[in-house]
Write a protein that binds this ligand. Structure first.
Ligand SMILES: Nc1ncnc2c1ncn2[C@@H]1O[C@H](COP(=O)(O)OP(=O)(O)OP(=O)(O)O)[C@@H](O)[C@H]1O
Ligand SMILES: [Mg+2]
Length: 301
């Protein structure tokens, strides 16, 4: 269980990277952490895993405070950083053994654990390749294996899908689902909502250092249902009331969106025209997930 409790972080007077961020990742749950570049995802994750101190607030990992009891909290964390840095000239398995040493695992034990985990992430044939010979996707896979060394039950993955091919994304999805089945708490960040869709149960949206919304994937999908998009040159505030019985109505400048419409398009145009509105353009818009994303954070792309 990961409990993020009112964390704030300011890097300089100008940049308030996190402003009172709180949310939970429960056991057996996969949460997507979605926001634009610079929203604060990496800062949150770095604080949660204990490599960056918050200005205020705390993160509890299985109840242990990352601020006051970092040693115990860290034992229960698996972390894949946004930009994993590895020794380029060391062979994969040797480096794995070296890192396992941090967790007090003997080198013999680490070697067999390394073989098992590298095999599991699809690097079975690459034990003896140097890390500089790894592609970006292979490095991500290696980082995944490393995050599992201490058999943790809380995972924090920062942009782990970046640089993975479709097969790699499917692999990560299966891995996350396995962790969920095993009762782990899984948090993974991404700036692409459609990539999160097939993996997460729930999404926490962060924008400019603040949590703007938490939604289940089902709620998000229902927002992406088909819609009518109607441009009206003489738009006024009565439109919303006029159309409210025919679907979910949203007005933006000169455009009205009717989501999940309950009547035919022709009926809507007829009503509008009868009420003196000039319909400039009528289209069927299936709002896609990235549209939903921008609607949620309240900003256009
Ligand atoms: N070490 C640092 N020193 C100064 N400012 C920083 C530092 N790290 C992050 N920031 C600032 O904090 C804000 C949040 O950055 P963060 O890296 O958490 O965003 P992000 O959501 O992970 O973005 P991305 O999608 O690009 O990875 C940004 O304005 C960034 O410039
Ligand atoms: Mg980041």
């Amino acid at each position: 269980m990961i409990e993020i409790r009112s964390i704030s972080k300011t890097f300089s007077k100008r940049i308030k990277a996190l402003d009172n961020v709180s949310f939970d990742v429960r056991n057996g749950e996969i949460v997507g952490y979605v926001g634009l570049n610079g929203a604060g995802k990496t800062t949150t994750i770095r604080i949660a895993v204990g490599v960056l101190p918050p200005d205020s607030g705390d993160v509890l990992i299985n109840g242990y405070s990352i601020v006051r009891d970092k040693r115990r909290a860290s034992m229960h964390i698996g972390w894949v950083p946004e930009l994993p840095i590895f020794e380029p000239d060391v062979k994969a398995l040797d480096y794995f053994v070296y890192l396992a040493g941090y967790y007090g695992i003997s080198s013999g034990e680490a070697r067999s654990l390394g073989r098992k985990l590298l095999e599991e992430v699809g690097l079975g044939g690459s034990y003896n390749l140097k890390l500089k010979e790894f592609s970006m996707g292979m490095k991500k896979r290696f980082a995944l294996a490393v995050s599992m060394i201490n058999n943790p039950d809380n995972f924090l993955f920062d942009e782990v899908l970046n640089g993975l091919d479709p097969q790699g994304i499917a692999f990560f999805r299966n891995l996350a689902l396995r962790f969920r089945r095993e009762g782990c708490a899984v948090l993974f960040s991404s700036h692409i909502l459609s990539e999160v869709e097939g993996i997460a149960d729930r999404v926490v949206f962060i924008h400019k250092g603040r949590i703007v919304r938490e939604m289940s994937i089902d709620e998000i999908k229902s927002m992406a249902k088909p819609a009518f998009k109607i441009r009206i040159s003489n738009m006024d505030e009565r439109v919303e009331d006029l159309l409210k019985d025919y679907g979910r109505v949203r007005v933006e400048d000169h455009t009205v969106f009717i989501e999940e419409p309950r009547v035919e398009a022709s009926k809507i145009t007829k009503i509008l025209i009868e009420n003196g509105y000039e319909v400039e353009e009528f289209s069927r818009a299936t709002s896609n997930l990235e549209d939903v994303f921008f609607r949620i954070i309240g900003e256009r792309g």
